[in-house]
Design a protein around this ligand. Structure first.
Ligand SMILES: Nc1nc2c(ncn2[C@@H]2O[C@H](COP(=O)(O)OP(=O)(O)OP(=O)(O)O)[C@@H](O)[C@H]2O)c(=O)[nH]1
Ligand SMILES: [Mg+2]
Length: 371
């Protein structure tokens, strides 16, 4: 069995199954994204399989022929396959059935994303939030997953970090822990409200950097504040809300807040668990919606950056965020053609430090209009 303590240095081999359920699902985009999630979780993808689901199989999601094909591949593969990643939200019994068929552990999209969060959580608050998400993910699956951990077990990835010993727990203990975690998170949230009031007393406007994961939010904060801020070409590099004061050239100041990135089908357990963090970001006076404009590949009538924007806007709307938003198209250094901009849009490159002054003028103008 993989030693979880050293799992950051050992790469597990994975087989990926991409499940397409809607006509509008774009295969290449979905495969790209799930592979990037695997990369962000230090998995080594050996092979990708996919299936268009027409008749939904309740027991295994994918059809029995596909299960057999993948089983054969795993058995005959030269590499030892440690895990099968299914790009779909599986129930506990579906996970168990697939795991028994493949004889390796099976992890779904939700488990994989929670796992990336578990590995990246640094602050006490982020750790508590991830633990809550893990517990809420595990609770409805507990009875199926109990006793199945280990080499051929269902759980593994998705259960690292704070919650890795959970399978020994019973339902009652887990429920108590969930209640206690919620209390602890609420307490931190209250402390934050006080801190925020202090800020509001100082009358500084709050600007939140929001957007799809890997769009360049932290890079922009780094460029603006000239501070050492962690950025990485991996999904979910940032898990903690980070706020910094910023001074405009006329001497006025604002508070800039960087936060966790969005992704399509962001697990609801994570949205719930991180709600206090997200609320803080979305209660800002102005939202800078950072977009990776280099994602120009078009499928099913929509460019990738456009569908990422839709995911972000939908989540912002559902969280009740202000519609005072400026769209910051980042990574323009990777664009081969110029693009037309609307009134509330700017084009920048944090890499080449291009367009930053124009963006700052737009932000200043927007904030001045709020007063
Ligand atoms: N070419 C290019 N790359 C950029 C630019 N801005 C950021 N990047 C790269 O994009 C990757 C993601 O940047 P981050 O700033 O970590 O993105 P983020 O939005 O904070 O991502 P998460 O925290 O994971 O949600 C990094 O590898 C950056 O170096 C840019 O203007 N041009
Ligand atoms: Mg970041």
């Amino acid at each position: 069995m993989l030693d979880l303590k050293t799992s950051q240095t050992i790469k597990e081999n994975a087989v990926v199954i991409c499940v397409l359920t809607k006509k509008t699902d774009s295969l290449n985009r979905k495969i790209d994204e799930i592979n990037r999630l695997c990369f962000s979780s230090d998995l080594n993808v050996i092979k990708n399989f996919h299936q268009n689901i027409k008749e939904f199989n309740k027991a295994t999601v994918i059809g029995s022929g596909k299960v057999e094909e993948i089983k054969q591949f795993i058995e005959n593969c030269e590499e030892i396959i440690d895990v099968v990643i299914v790009d779909y939200a599986l129930s506990g019994s579906q996970m168990k059935n697939l795991s028994s068929a493949f004889k390796v552990k099976v992890v779904d999209r939700v488990g994989l994303i929670i796992d990336i969060f578990a590995k990246g959580a640094k602050s006490n608050e982020a750790k508590l939030q991830v633990k809550l998400a893990q517990d809420q993910y595990l609770l409805p699956r507990l009875s199926q997953l109990q006793g199945t951990s280990g080499r051929f077990g269902s759980a593994g990835v998705g259960m690292r970090g704070p919650g890795e010993t959970k399978l020994e727990l019973n339902r009652r203990v887990l429920e108590n822990e969930i209640a206690s975690l919620k209390k602890q998170i609420a307490k931190i949230k209250n402390q934050r409200v006080v801190t925020k009031k202090d800020r509001l007393n100082s009358n500084l406007p709050l600007i939140a950097l929001v957007g799809y994961t890997n769009s360049g939010k932290s890079s922009l904060l780094k460029t603006l504040t000239k501070e050492e801020i962690y950025t990485d070409d991996k999904y979910f590099a940032t898990l903690d809300t980070l706020s910094r004061k910023f001074r405009f050239t006329d001497g006025t100041q604002a508070i800039l807040t960087d936060t966790v990135g969005f992704i399509s089908d962001l697990p609801h357990q994570l949205v719930d668990a991180f709600s206090s963090t997200l609320e803080e970001a979305v209660s800002a006076d102005l939202i800078l919606h950072v977009v990776d404009i280099s994602l120009q590949k078009e499928e099913n009538g929509m460019k990738e950056f456009e569908s990422n924007m839709k995911v972000t806007n939908d989540l912002l709307d559902s969280l009740g965020a202000t519609d005072n938003r400026i769209v910051v198209y980042n990574k323009c250094d990777l664009l081969s053609k110029p693009i037309l901009l609307k009134q509330n849009e700017v084009l920048i490159s944090t890499k080449l430090k291009k367009g930053i002054d124009i963006m700052l003028n737009k932000i200043k103008e927007n904030l001045d209009n709020l007063n």
